[in-house]
Ligand binder design. Sequence first.
Ligand code: XMP
Length: 333
Amino acid sequence: MSTTLRPESMHRIDSLALAQQFIDEQVAAVRAQVGDKKVLLALSGGVDSSVVAALLIKAIGKQLVCVHVNHGLMRKGESENVIEVFKNGLDANLIYIDATDRFLDLLAGVSDPEQKRKIIGAEFIKVFDEEAAKLDGISFLAQGTIYPDILESIKQAEGKKAVKSHHNVGGLPEEMKMELVEPIKLLFKDEVRMVGEALGLPHAMVYRQPFPGPGLGVRCLGAITRDRLHALREADAILREEFDNAGLAGKVWQYFIAVPDIKSVGVKDESRYEGWPAIIRAVNTTDAMTATVEEVPYPVLHKITVRITAEVAGINRVLFDLTPKPTGTIEWE
Ligand code: XMP
């Protein structure tokens, strides 16, 4: 079980100098653990897996094999960014799998949120396993487990206040003949970010807002269609760009667009124009268990509305979600 506890003597990594020291220690530890063997990592482009990738590239270079699975539910430009940073920038041994059609074909006509999540999760493991099976001589599996994952899972195991079980805590199934490499498992999120900065990863990647594993799949509400998913992705990109322009990007905890499977009557170019609404969600929280709504300045909302309705085919209205958690959850599904 990957449940080592953090020693009390361990300093909080709150400076680039301490982050550098941590990196040096981990580079040595990983080299000692891995030797000349190969390590596999599922690289989503999230903060944790990105930091692990950059750290392992520093330690063992091309002995690390990264697999990036694009499930077709990434935000605009995200998979391209992973390739740019890791393959072009860090010369990583990166396998890119575009599994968009597999996922969208499986999800066609499925409107139940839990069913959608199960399909996405199971297919992700399947695609990753298929790729792993094609590779020879992999002895280790790297994971971006961080300390809160371990703490939350321990609480659950003790029957205390359960938060959620984390898929990456508890070790690997017996049949997987691989050993784990978890270089950031004793770090809190802010420390992971500090290490990411010290490793030279782009600021936007290190301070990326949380993004659910099922991606845009749980924001394209109801049964996903390619045209509505495309509209959602474009509208979300505009929202992110305008939050950036307004200086809100680093200030608001999470912000995104959801597009429901309903159409309303509208008017465009003096003709009837039926389209979907784009729903803006912008929330702040410390632990994601409760959340408050960000009071986004009206001029920012106005600009986003003008741009989305003008630039995104299929959207004819923009709404703002005023609901805190509870009663809403942060995501819509
Ligand atoms: P909810 O919607 O439950 O979300 O209020 C709380 C936080 O968790 C994120 N979230 C997920 N993260 N896999 C993840 O890695 C998931 O399946 C998932 N579902 C929700 C959500 O974006 C929010 O930050």
